[in-house]
Design a protein around this ligand. Structure first.
Ligand code: ZN
Length: 297
């Protein structure tokens, strides 16, 4: 009688053991991937990071709970990973269009000291800017212009002696512009952009038609020449800057170089990439022509 009871108990344990193993077998990774119910994906999932745990693992809690470690094998199933967003390669059109880009521009240089420090900061963070140089200063300080160009920065024309263009005759305007392009060409630097001193153009577009190249103005004015104050420059940029902006500064002042040392890492932290004027428009598919440009929004 006692032996029969033992056999009965053993039989009951054996049945329980088999029954208890069954769920674990069902949630093995191979079965999970083969079972359609586990690849149900909410429509919001493609917008999440690839390593975000998939919420669908909770769709069958009874099967998953006995073996918690198996849960991990469900979330990165190939079916979930393959979506257009998640498989987009870096540098694709989608990536290019969603990045925030701005162009820092520096006028009136080059100058010893302040231009060097701004270039040091750009080089340190692997970023680029555009320098609208004065031709007579290019002839005085060619090393700074050469270095900026070698770092991938863009060089624009800010006239040879910085006069207000509306006050000049046609011949005087072209002399100011061409002399600076000649100074740059002697350094092996080709440029197509210009910025008129003071941003001053004329109402009938005489200057624009005469020069026949892209005229680059700005959308964020730091007024660094006026304040000569690092904190004021930082505030002017950070409180105003948006994707596509062109920021005006001057590389003549130590206070501007100080501001740039803070601004560049801070702008990178805020998700901005610092590019040249040509890159700013190029990534948006805009060909620069004989027009006035203030931003690329
Ligand atoms: Zn200027």
């Amino acid at each position: 009688m006692y032996k029969r009871f033992l056999m009965f108990i053993s039989l009951v344990f054996a049945v329980c053991f088999i029954a208890g193993c069954t769920p674990a077998a069902i949630i093995s990774p191979g079965n999970a991937q083969a079972t359609p119910i586990f690849i149900e994906v909410p429509t919001s999932l493609p917008t999440k990071e690839p390593d975000t745990p998939a919420p669908t693992v909770h769709a069958t809690p009874v099967l998953i709970s006995p073996v918690p470690t198996e849960v991990i094998s469900f979330s990165p199933t190939p079916e979930i990973m393959v979506t257009p967003e998640l498989t987009a390669t870096p540098g694709s059109d989608t990536d290019q269009n969603t990045k925030k880009r701005i162009a820092l521009t520096f006028d009136d240089g080059p100058a010893r000291g302040s231009t060097d420090r701004i270039l040091d900061t750009l080089e340190l963070y692997g970023q680029k800017a555009t320098f609208f140089v004065i031709g007579e200063r290019v002839d005085m300080y060619p090393e700074q212009v050469m270095r900026a160009y070698s770092l991938g920065c863009e060089i624009g024309n800010h006239t040879y002696t910085h006069p207000l263009l509306p006050n000049l005759t046609d011949d005087e305007i072209m002399e100011e512009i061409n002399s600076t392009f000649d100074s740059l060409l002697r350094l092996g630097i080709e440029s197509n952009l210009y910025r008129p001193p003071g941003g001053r153009m004329d109402e009938d577009n005489r200057i624009l038609r005469l020069i026949g190249r892209p005229c680059i103005l700005w959308s964020v004015d730091t007024r660094d020449w006026e304040s000569r104050d690092k904190d004021a420059v930082i505030e002017a940029v950070l409180s105003n800057v948006r994707d596509g902006d062109i920021v005006l500064m001057h590389d003549l002042y130590a206070s501007t170089a100080d501001a740039v040392e803070y601004l560049i890492p801070e702008l990178l932290n805020r998700g901005f990439e610092l590019v040249t004027i040509s890159e700013l428009y190029g990534t948006k598919g805009i060909d620069l022509d004989t027009s006035i440009y203030r931003h690329a929004r």
